[in-house]
Design a protein around this ligand. Sequence first.
Ligand code: AMP
Ligand code: ZN
Length: 469
Amino acid sequence: MKLYDTAQGKPVELQAIDGETYRFYCCGPTVYGPAHIGNFRTFILQDTLRRTLEVGGLQTYHVRNLTDVDDKTIKGALAAGKPLGEFTAGWTDKFHADCNALNCQPPHVEPSAVEHIPHQIAMIEELVEKGNAYAGQDGSVYFKISSYPEYGTLSKLDTRELDLGKTQNDRVNNADEYDKDSLSDFVLWKARKDEDGEHYWESPWGQGRPGWHLECSAMIKEYLGDTFDLHGGGVDLVFPHHENEIAQSKCACGGDFAKHWFHVTHLLVDGGKMSKSLGNFYTLSDLEDKGYSAMEVRYVLLGAHYRKPMNFTLDSLHAAQEALGKLSRAIYDLQQEHPELETTSVTMPVTDFGLFQDAWNVLQFDLNTQAAIGKIFAQLKRLKGISPAEAASSWNGLNALLQALGVIVPIFEPAPQVTVPSEISALADERNTAKANKDWARADEIRDELKGLGWVLEDSPTGTIAKPL
Ligand code: AMP
Ligand code: ZN
């Protein structure tokens, strides 16, 4: 499979370094409130990448952290009057429930930042020892950007309008997030401040807590080592978060860190970024309350290529509902024609996708979910009348694609068969004759008569049919 690598700026072939298991890391949620569907665009695409690799025959090992100690979680816990652990546990449970509804597979490991404070302290000590970090007078510790000349290669800082020399001695210690265009020595350990309440830990530099960027580096070291296959996140994380992770990890551990980088472009709402701080966001629960299912939400979020911005609308959810309905009908029809196609479990390895080969090919090229869905639909009408052999390969191929996309198609429920009493069908026939004779008055009369008897006539592709009201 090929995927665009942010670092190299081109699609690259994905192969497991160890030849067996594709080992990758994704920055996880900050658990201070419900994740919005913009966050889920990123998580669903990461899940789809994993599923696609798995359907393609690779094993995967997926690590995703929980950011449960930072400015936002501490502020949230204090405002809610709850211990930090209790506050973040509630939001972690909600995140897991949403992931489950959206059919995102749980990562193989999901380390929590707050449970890895000693690992983070150990990494800072390593960086200080090697001359890549220094303690300030206030008890905070900073990463020294000038000690790592390659800083900025992922986000191509040298080609951006930033004055590396001028800003290098600035420091950032007041927030975990900061202005995209400031380049500063960033904080690794934040000295205890009054507004953090009781949320501090002991360290060689005094009481405080780790900075946000450090947790990913420390947990990657613990669970993936110094070199692994791929690292992912939303595009907002390229700079400074991922740039800082690279600097910390390469300086502390050596190694190559991530071989490839996978970034998902933002979900927009009304043309702007969907974000919690702007308050312009939908959660999964908001959409479920409006009558849409989690699967429809997943389907919508797969509807644009991950490197293109996507504007979210409620109309698109409506279209998803219809599309899933069509797919469900097509599957039903195929099974009616080929009753031997019972199980939806995929026979691995899938060597032949039948009519859906093209859809698989585009998914394999830079995870083009949008094109894959388009190609699946383009083939549905061709399923009618295919040979048993072609039906078998196409069935396996379609189920494999749905598995890779993580889309669960609702089961089609045919309308219950209604027996039309003979006097009703006689009236319906008489009305058809009246219509054929252009006797509209009689035709209308019969329609009313039928209505009085509790029946309605509906046009269908096979002619007019009578249905109970
Ligand atoms: P957070 O919970 O804010 O740490 O974000 C979790 C993930 O969602 C990160 O990978 C972010 O880059 C990503 N993300 C945040 N906002 C959006 C958005 N509007 N569209 C897509 N991904 C997003
Ligand atoms: Zn991270």
